[in-house]
Write a protein that binds this ligand. Structure first.
Ligand SMILES: O=C(CO)COP(=O)(O)O
Length: 256
């Protein structure tokens, strides 16, 4: 059985006060909730504080980060390495988010390089894939997702997906309130799993595929009722303890 994973991508939001409030609120809301992994990815500036607070609270919340760069050390101004993320207890690292692909011109190949680098250092890549609105309207959704996945599969082998997480995030659904229907998302998730199964049924069966894009407490249950939706990557609703915890609880209940 795949263990559901609900992860909060805080994006460029937060402050020291907010990190403290959110972690405190989440721990309170999630007390006694079993059967779901919950992770938060605050801005990298706040990993130190988050690690300390999670440790002090003996929290079950996993720590993640929103990006990694592709060098281990040296003259790479502004970059962050996997070992630095590890040093602060981050385990689940988002890569290939559409905002990075768009605003930082990250190619499929570059994202695949990050994927390999994270695996090499024992971290969990949370690989974001997904189509734009135009690609969706042109019926290219599955082809785009397959191409983004193949950048990893064709260079590192399908086994590289073992222990990794895939987040299907249709770009038109991110931050728009225009979420994909649970049925549409399920159809794409099944296609993504089938694409992987063509190379290895075992890997396909075990890989966690999250849905992301305007997930809220109100629609979460419908996603998690779908057999191929194993969790969620949450943006806006992850900035509020109550709404993020409600999504995590919905996953725990649906997948129990
Ligand atoms: O991009 C997302 C998570 O990575 C989704 O963001 P929203 O939940 O705000 O739509």
């Amino acid at each position: 059985m795949r263990r559901p994973l609900v992860m909060g991508n805080w994006k460029l939001n937060g402050s020291k006060a907010m990190v403290a409030d959110l972690i405190k609120g989440l721990d309170a809301q999630l007390a006694g909730v079993e059967g779901v992994d919950v992770a938060i990815a605050p801005p990298v500036m706040y990993l130190d504080l988050a690690e300390q607070l999670l440790g002090k609270a003996e929290s079950k919340i996993l720590l993640g980060s929103q990006n990694v760069d592709v060098n281990a050390s040296g003259a790479f101004t502004g970059d962050i390495s996997p070992e630095m993320l590890k040093d602060f207890g981050a385990t689940h690292i988002i890569i290939g988010h559409s905002e990075r692909r768009d605003y930082h011109a990250e190619s499929d190949e570059y994202v695949a390089k990050k994927f390999a680098f994270l695996k090499e250092h024992g971290l969990v890549p949370v690989l974001c894939i997904g189509e734009s609105e135009a690609q969706n309207e042109a019926g290219e959704t599955v082809a785009v997702c397959a191409r983004q996945l193949d950048a990893v599969i064709n260079t590192q082998g399908v086994e590289a997906l073992n222990g990794a997480v895939i987040a299907y995030e249709p770009i038109w659904a991110i931050g728009t309130g225009k979420a994909a229907t649970a049925e549409d998302a399920q159809r794409i998730h099944a296609e993504i799993r089938a694409h992987i199964a063509a190379k290895s049924e075992e890997v396909a069966k075990n890989v966690v595929i999250q849905y992301g894009g305007s997930v809220k407490p109100e629609n979460a249950e419908a996603y998690f009722a779908q057999p191929d939706i194993d969790g969620a990557l949450v943006g806006g609703a992850a900035l509020n303890a109550e709404s993020f915890a409600a999504i995590a609880k919905a996953a725990a209940a649906a997948k129990a």
